[in-house]
Design a protein around this ligand. Structure first.
Ligand code: PLP
Length: 418
């Protein structure tokens, strides 16, 4: 089989695909495995009840069901959904947008693929333009989402020690020189894998840098504001023409509906819509129709702040308490301050083995986490020990399983350091 360069890229080892396969295989081979590795949202009963009611209403409606399944939407996605969302965001944040500032995509993952290739890669003069992640660790799913090679570049963070066992990453602005080959800046907020929420001040500084260089700042709100609202700090949600805001219905509890949302200046939205047309004619209508009432009534905000956020925040607090109970206090372990998303990021300073070996050992003891070294897309290998000293653990499983998993992690860490 003779493949193109792109074909070869996708037929060889791709980080996120390998990781998903590895996690899936570990789970299917061992039913006793405690899953602390995935990014699937919990099945929260209140959310599911709401969605079940929306589905029933759709099925019983005179024409909605038929048009949802029987008609293509336009390339920007479902018009009624985009109108309702523009109204909600204007009302909530005074953003001054309309439906043509919004495009839907088949999941936000595909929005990132489109955006990274709209801005990154060879320009008309043959210069390879890059996407900058100003702070790593960052979402592994970005790493292979470019058609050309070497499109991503990223920076190490600054580390703030909050107390003996808590730390927080910050953007290291002293090390953020923007060369003319940078075409866009991208951050996830909250960040997968760390649960970090970069501060309003950091966002403002990044926005200034983006404006100064006439490039967009892409903010990935897959877990953030205003929905699903898995964000435990108060933040300001701003939008203007230099920002590209990405949202998703997945972490709300609808990953199966594959609905991503991009809010941006109209020329960017038009380009994104063209990419939608070429790749899939139109984004699917199902997620938009199912969530339409949630958006129109603004119940999505209530559900996010009164149900989804407290659900994850309580689980995070419990997991942190358990880590403090089980991990020996004299070992240099640190938890990234839990500010959102559904993960805890653990740093074992001077870990005697690599985080990948720790992952393997834990897997042999029926606990599945993710080794932290996967989460540095675009960062050149620079012998920085930190990137092999961290793991990501999800706390969304049943409480008793989370406790058992944490006990096993603590036992392993104890035996490694002693
Ligand atoms: N962004 C982040 C930070 C994520 O963690 C994920 C999924 O895990 C995505 C984007 C993509 O999600 P989806 O394509 O389901 O919207």
């Amino acid at each position: 089989m003779k493949l193109s360069r792109l074909g070869n890229k996708f037929s060889s080892n791709i980080g996120i695909v390998e990781l998903m396969n590895e996690l899936g295989k570990a789970l299917s081979e061992n039913k006793d495995m405690i899953m602390m590795g995935g990014g699937n949202p919990s099945h929260i009963p209140e959310v599911q009840n709401y969605l079940r009611k929306s589905m029933t209403a759709l099925l019983n409606s005179e024409s909605h069901f038929e048009t949802m399944l029987g008609d293509y939407d336009g390339p920007k996605g479902n018009l009624k959904f985009r109108q309702a969302l523009a109204a909600l965001l204007n009302n909530l944040y005074d953003w001054d947008i309309d439906e043509d500032n919004i495009a839907l995509t088949p999941g936000s993952q595909s929005a990132f693929f489109s955006l990274f290739n709209i801005f990154g890669g060879s320009d008309c003069n043959g210069q390879v333009k890059k996407i900058l992640f100003p702070i790593t660790p960052e979402y592994i799913g970005y790493g292979d989402a470019a058609i050309e090679d070497d499109v991503f570049t990223s920076r190490r963070p600054k580390i703030e020690h909050i107390d003996k066992h808590t730390f927080k990453y910050h953007v290291d602005f002293d090390n953020l020189a923007i060369d003319e080959d940078i075409a866009a800046i991208c951050v996830s907020r909250p960040t997968n894998p760390t649960g970090n929420v970069i501060t309003d001040d950091e966002i403002k500084q990044l926005e200034e840098i983006a404006k100064e260089h006439d490039i967009p700042l892409i903010i990935d709100n897959a877990y953030g504001a205003p929905f699903p609202g898995i964000i435990f700090t108060d933040i300001e949600s701003r939008w203007n023409k230099s920002l590209v805001m990405c949202l998703s219905l997945s972490k709300l509890g609808m990953p199966g509906a594959r609905t991503g949302i991009v809010i941006a200046d109209k020329p960017i939205i038009n380009t994104l819509a063209s990419m939608n047309s070429v790749m899939s004619l139109a984004p699917g209508s199902f997620g938009a129709e199912l969530a339409l009432d949630l958006i129109k009534t603004q119940d999505i905000i209530k559900l996010s702040s009164e149900v989804i956020k407290p659900y994850y925040q309580k689980k995070a607090t419990q997991a942190i308490k358990l880590l403090h109970t089980h991990l020996p206090p004299d070992i240099p372990w640190h938890i990234h301050k839990a500010e959102g998303a559904m993960f805890l990021w653990l740093w074992f300073e001077n870990l005697p083995i690599s985080s990948q070996e720790l992952y393997e050992r834990l897997k042999n003891k029926n606990v599945l986490v993710v080794s932290g070294h996967h989460f540095f897309p675009g960062l050149k290998e620079d012998n920085w020990p930190h990137r092999h000293e961290c793991i990501r653990m999800t706390y969304s499983s049943e409480d008793s399983l989370v406790e058992k998993g944490i006990q096993i992690i603590a036992e392993e860490i104890n035996s490694l350091y002693n």
